[in-house]
Ligand binder design. Sequence first.
Ligand SMILES: Cc1cc2nc3c(=O)[nH]c(=O)nc-3n(C[C@H](O)[C@H](O)[C@H](O)COP(=O)(O)O)c2cc1C
Length: 272
Amino acid sequence: MKKALLLMASPRAGWSDGAAETLAEILAEKGVEVRTAAVREEEIGYCRGCGACMGRGEESCSMSGDGAQRLLSEMLWADGVVILTPNYALQVPALRKNLLDRLSFVFHRPRFFGRVFMPIIAQGIYGGRGVHKYLNDTMEFWGFSPVKGAVLQGALYPNEKLSAEAAGKNREKLGAAAGRFVDALNSERPKKPSFFRLMIFRTTRSSMKHFEDALEPDRAYFKERGWFDSPYYYPVALGPHKRLFGALADAYVRRAAKKNARRILEQTNNLR
Ligand SMILES: Cc1cc2nc3c(=O)[nH]c(=O)nc-3n(C[C@H](O)[C@H](O)[C@H](O)COP(=O)(O)O)c2cc1C
């Protein structure tokens, strides 16, 4: 049985929470085990920007072990995560953004490969598509395979009535999104990386391999997983163009690291 986490990001129980309820019913009917969580119900301190989680490891964060860690564990429990969020000022609410900031080390040390992500946005009038793109972009960096979700018509007050037409349209959109989500959950084929994703992987791993000042927790994380020598984060067949492209990206970074090491050596000699 596939497992899904529905993560609600509104600071109140409103339209996006309502969408979570409907989506939970649809997914359960489709045989998915569903858990829900709300960001507002967790104690999550604001990111202070010290960078300890990136530079020294996530357990070095002075707030390590609070609600951010708990939600990360919940996400790791699931085969697929759906975030249900309002559009606030053309973006996600601060609660959601803070959770992303607090878990920024996952951009450095991605861990959600083979899992599916889908955003559902409730809004008044405009901007939801930008929020949808932002959420899918960020979660793809975490390793998720993003799926097209939906932008729903909400309103400012949770007890405000939507027209029957708007409510019907929302339900239809949620149903279609649920179908795409479940199809992606059940898909066994590993997703082939785009040229962009391949370039990110190869340049990152080669930087960690060859640049002396790479962050140690990142270097260790990549090394432990065998990513210094693998074609991609997970086993996947790359065609000849992508194999060549990947090799060129590796070579470019290796050469840049050599040049950098030479420059540092020259500077050190000049100081003597
Ligand atoms: C602070 C704030 C900012 C908002 N900004 C936008 C916006 O930029 N675009 C929009 O279409 N709706 C905007 N809205 C409307 C909400 O997206 C809408 O009320 C949504 O249904 C709220 O979701 P919720 O009920 O799940 O909290 C905003 C509402 C609030 C309270």
